[in-house]
Design a protein around this ligand. Structure first.
Ligand SMILES: Cc1cc2nc3c(=O)[nH]c(=O)nc-3n(C[C@H](O)[C@H](O)[C@H](O)COP(=O)(O)O)c2cc1C
Length: 369
């Protein structure tokens, strides 16, 4: 299936400017997803077949650990079709309290030689009210995570308490439509906002504000990636005071830090502002994941969600063994197509069997020590 995508579909999509190609793919999926027979066909082609991959996180049950990462469907337009591709969950967003146009274009770039995407969207989205109305009409066959972010708008600078009110407004509007809510606490492409939570007492104030909103769904904190174990420990200690926090996810680092394994020339990268998703971030994200699991530990109340450079079952399995209960993908889907989901799930089943594990949970964190 991936071979068909790579030889027939991808060359056509890659002829278009990256953001236009993505919009076309989303619009086509949104349209196709309206028809029940098309959804049925997608289900037959892409989903099913692998059993015994169930996982739990935050009291929710997932049929398998593989999910769609935030950013792919920012406004929840194509979820009905995306839900038929075999994913165990979908995460949509990031959505902010108020609509935003994001950063100026061009703001999406391909780096095929690195299996990577460079992104500087700056979280454009329709805003929480419009998205809440859209989601209210949906019944999905898989759990839905709604990812929230502060509105990226120079007229709404990142100051206290406005930032907390921004998240709280989207939270109040959207938690009813979500199985879990993820808080994007450091969008790498919103320069005015991304460092706001570096002052960790603000994490506590945000969670206190959300506690007032009466959380009814588990909340995941999507953190700025850091290998500073002290910072991670402090964030986990803050979360300990808020029982609705069910786990953590790891965002992309901003820009092109030296820890990324990029082969593209500096000159080429200079023309591509933004953060890097895909293969080059894998080892860095995995190191953050290993550290986080070392802190949140086995059998605790937290689960970890990890994305970053997953292209194969081995990549997904590595993340699970480093501590992830759920693994997500975005860039892999762009380069390998929708058939990748089924391929990864089949491979995961085989890897569990090879290692004599009966359940995914048996190997979560097995290599974190
Ligand atoms: C084009 C693009 C847009 C993204 N938008 C968001 C977003 O709005 N919110 C968010 O939390 N993460 C966003 N992400 C990060 C992804 O959710 C994911 O964490 C990251 O891309 C690593 O996975 P990958 O290597 O499979 O792409 C985005 C990533 C890409 C490539």
């Amino acid at each position: 299936m991936s071979a068909l995508y790579e030889t027939a579909v991808r060359p056509l999509l890659f002829r278009l400017e990256p953001e236009r190609a993505h919009e076309l793919a989303l619009r086509t999926s949104a349209l196709a997803g309206r028809a029940a027979p098309v959804r049925g066909l997608a289900r037959m082609a892409f989903a099913g077949g692998v059993r015994g991959l169930g996982v739990e996180l935050g009291g929710l049950s997932f049929a398998n650990p593989l999910g769609l990462a935030a950013g792919f469907d920012k406004n929840g337009r194509a979820l009905r079709l995306l839900a038929e591709l075999g994913f165990g969950h979908l995460e949509m967003g990031s959505v902010s309290a108020y609509p935003s146009n994001g950063n100026p274009r061009p703001r999406l770039f391909r780096l095929p030689e690195d299996d990577a995407i460079v992104v500087s969207y700056g979280v454009p989205n329709d805003g929480a009210e419009v998205v809440a109305r859209r989601l209210a009409q949906l019944r999905l066959p898989v759990p839905l995570g709604v990812n929230l972010v502060k509105t990226n708008d120079p007229a709404r600078p990142a100051v206290e308490p406005d930032v907390y009110e921004d998240y709280a407004r989207s939270f109040e509007l959207l938690q009813r439509q979500a199985d879990y809510v993820a808080l994007n606490m450091s969008c790498p492409n919103s320069p005015g906002d991304r460092d706001f939570f570096d002052e960790l007492s603000r994490v506590e104030r945000l969670l206190a504000r959300l506690a007032e909103a009466g959380p009814r769904v588990p909340v995941i904190l999507k953190l700025k990636p850091t290998t500073d174990a002290g910072v991670l420990r402090e964030i986990v200690a803050i979360a300990d005071g808020f029982p609705f926090v069910a786990g953590f996810a790891i965002n992309l680092p901003a820009g092109k830090p030296g820890v990324l394994r990029l082969t593209a020339s500096a000159e080429r990268l200079e023309r591509m502002p933004g953060a890097v998703g895909g293969r080059p971030v894998e080892s860095f994200v995995n190191e953050v994941l290993r550290l986080l699991y070392g802190i949140t530990g086995e059998g605790g109340r937290y689960g970890l969600i990890a994305a970053g450079g997953v292209f194969t079952a081995d990549d997904a399995y590595r993340k699970i063994r480093l501590g992830a209960s759920l693994v997500q993908l975005y860039t892999g889907l762009v380069y390998r197509g929708p058939g990748l989901v089924k391929e990864i799930l089949a491979g995961l089943g085989a890897l569990l069997e090879r290692d004599g594990a009966r359940r995914v949970a048996d190997v979560v964190g097995a290599d974190a020590g």
